[in-house]
Design a binder for this molecule. Sequence first.
Ligand code: HEC
Ligand code: HEC
Ligand code: HEC
Ligand code: HEC
Ligand code: HEC
Ligand code: HEC
Ligand code: HEC
Ligand code: HEC
Length: 360
Amino acid sequence: MFKRTVLLTTLAFIFILFPVQMAYAADCLDCHQGITKNWQQSKMAATVSCVDCHGNRHTNASNADLVQRATPKVCASCHPEQVEQFSAGKHAYGFDALAVVPNYHAIPEVAAEAGCEGCHKVGYNWPDGSKGRCDSCHARHTFSVAEALEPEACGNCHSGDHPQYNLYTNSKHGMFYAITADSSRYPTCQTCHMVDGNHKAMTAWGFIGYRPPSPQQNPGDRRILEQIKAAITEIGPAKAPQVYRTSYAEWETERQQMLTACTQCHAESFAKERLELGDKMVLESSALYVQIYGLTNQMYTEGLIDAKTKNSLLRNALAHRFSAYMGAFHGSHEAAWDEGYLALTDDLIKVRDTYTQLKK
Ligand code: HEC
Ligand code: HEC
Ligand code: HEC
Ligand code: HEC
Ligand code: HEC
Ligand code: HEC
Ligand code: HEC
Ligand code: HEC
């Protein structure tokens, strides 16, 4: 009882002498010890307090519902630039993207929550209207720049159908970064995708590998691009907001930005050629996919396979198409060839054989 009185008197003193915030911060630590371990590592700990992000309405175990969530809107009061950049990029659309995919609504809630949302909450839609979770790459409560600059900070989500982390670790860049830990010599994800710390995540081709045709493009390329657009749209993700750049000019702007990233270390001609190699892989793997798509649909229309088999065949082939160009862009020869182009040619042979057999 005595201890409590002393404590309360001391607190009252602090309350009078110091800003309200500090008193609340001390209170918070009483109940949230675990958080403190990380928070003490944060550069913000010296000047920012718990209440700056969580408000001062929740003060004890019975009013946790009054707590303020630390949304990007809250961060924006001190970091407007990063929030603005983030909002202009793809990450901010992560949650909206889920809504357009029929499969997301069809699967059990637990699978959506433990799966899709775990990664897509990078673009969470908050009740205050702000979008995104800043604690995706800056784990709370260290909110560290040093940690966010490591490729592992992206690896939790850029795996699976879009295995950029695995592709990167398999590339010469990634392998030598692993040896040296020197990102001024060997690039990390952030070196290429967050030049000058820019929080706008956006690429030229995007996830699905489509761009509006350019005026100069040869008719063959144009046809493949139109066919792939039609084929992919049926799968679902192509309906996601900002899924590809809306004009060729916009595509070029993103490409130019990437070229700037490469020329931090390479000759421009070398980098340009390597990027164009990736472009060719998008077109070549799309041409194969379009054939697989045509045959699979024919089998379905003729009643030889059901919708589930059709989707399964297309899904496999699509993953191999992703692997082919994502591998080429990220310098993973294994992904570009073994799990990419080679696997796609195999898919085509299998679909052809299945068709011949079923028609008999
Ligand atoms: C007397 C103990 C106590 C104090 C003091 C306290 N909290 Fe809490 N807090 C809780 C409890 C209990 C919950 C409910 C969730 C749980 O079971 O941990 C909670 C929940 C929260 C949550 C939401 C967790 C979630 O995801 O639902 C945040 C954020 C939070 N507290 C921050 C603070 C801050 C900031 C302060 C200081 C202003 C503070 N707390 C003071 C006990 C306390
Ligand atoms: C720079 C902003 C910021 C500050 C300062 C901050 N937090 Fe948080 N905190 C966050 C973010 C972001 C989240 C995740 C979003 C949310 O739930 O609000 C979070 C979540 C939490 C949670 C729930 C999740 C969990 O891991 O248990 C608790 C509890 C919490 N904070 C307590 C605290 C305490 C205690 C302090 C002070 C020592 C503090 N926070 C300071 C940003 C902050
Ligand atoms: C009340 C103002 C304030 C709010 C709100 C705030 N910050 Fe900060 N933040 C700061 C200050 C001040 C620094 C600089 C600390 C230093 O360099 O000494 C900082 C630094 C940072 C850094 C750099 C840390 C490093 O390792 O260099 C990150 C990342 C960061 N904040 C993220 C966030 C996020 C995410 C949010 C919202 C969840 C947030 N901040 C909310 C004031 C704030
Ligand atoms: C392991 C993390 C992860 C899981 C799980 C995941 N996604 Fe994704 N998703 C991503 C990433 C990362 C991208 C962006 C890939 C890229 O640009 O190459 C993406 C892209 C998408 C896109 C295209 C968005 C666009 O505009 O490029 C849609 C739609 C989508 N996911 C829906 C889903 C649905 C629905 C589920 C669950 C059935 C799901 N995702 C599960 C990480 C994940
Ligand atoms: C995709 C990963 C990622 C996300 C999501 C992310 N950050 Fe960052 N952030 C980084 C990286 C990487 C750096 C270091 C950039 C550099 O120095 O080149 C950084 C740096 C920062 C800094 C320090 C800037 C400086 O000049 O010292 C602040 C502040 C910051 N981020 C705030 C935020 C806020 C606010 C959000 C949410 C809107 C956010 N970050 C979301 C990866 C991320
Ligand atoms: C050496 C530079 C470089 C590094 C390192 C790098 N990327 Fe990329 N990334 C690219 C290029 C080039 C593209 C294709 C850009 C375009 O569309 O023109 C790309 C495309 C992407 C895409 C869009 C889909 C795709 O794969 O084509 C995502 C998402 C992505 N990268 C994430 C990452 C992540 C996460 C890491 C680290 C694990 C990473 N990247 C490392 C250069 C890099
Ligand atoms: C919490 C999960 C998560 C983390 C961590 C994460 N991302 Fe993403 N990333 C996504 C999702 C989901 C998308 C697709 C968003 C959408 O649907 O619009 C995406 C999209 C992207 C894109 C846009 C590709 C395009 O379509 O043009 C780039 C580039 C990217 N991420 C790079 C990074 C880098 C670099 C890091 C680490 C510094 C990182 N991401 C960390 C989940 C994440
Ligand atoms: C931070 C510096 C840095 C950046 C940025 C960078 N690279 Fe590299 N890159 C290197 C180094 C160093 C090597 C290893 C040199 C060697 O091959 O011996 C390398 C190797 C390569 C290789 C393999 C060459 C071979 O002979 O196997 C390719 C391809 C490549 N880079 C393309 C790119 C592209 C494309 C970009 C931009 C999207 C880029 N790099 C960005 C430093 C960088």
